[in-house]
Design a protein. Structure first.
Length: 94
């Protein structure tokens, strides 16, 4: 589930191995380029941590971030927890 903390959306993704993690990052990189919205991320072996915020809006969560988060979750086809939409609706981004 995506979490909103410190003005960013955050989610950790865990894969079988480094190869799967890297393949996922490659797909996310393509999405980010298409949307012209790039994540802050970290990869350690089979784990990918992603933080999303919109820098030109003062590094806060905007629709750009939630759209990219949705697209990232869609890449996995339900293999990861995708309960972020309820989190987004219950969070205030004022």
């Amino acid at each position: 589930m995506w979490q909103e903390k410190n003005g960013e959306l955050y989610k950790q993704f865990v894969f079988k191995d480094f190869r799967e993690a890297f393949a996922f990052m490659t797909k996310v990189a393509r999405l980010a380029e298409e949307q012209q919205h790039h994540p802050r991320w970290q990869n350690i072996w089979n784990t990918v941590d992603i933080w999303l915020s919109t820098h030109e809006e003062g590094s806060k969560v905007t629709d750009k971030d939630t759209v990219l988060a949705d697209a990232i979750d869609d890449l996995l086809g339900g293999k990861q927890d995708t309960d972020r939409k309820s989190t987004r609706l219950n969070s205030s981004h004022a």
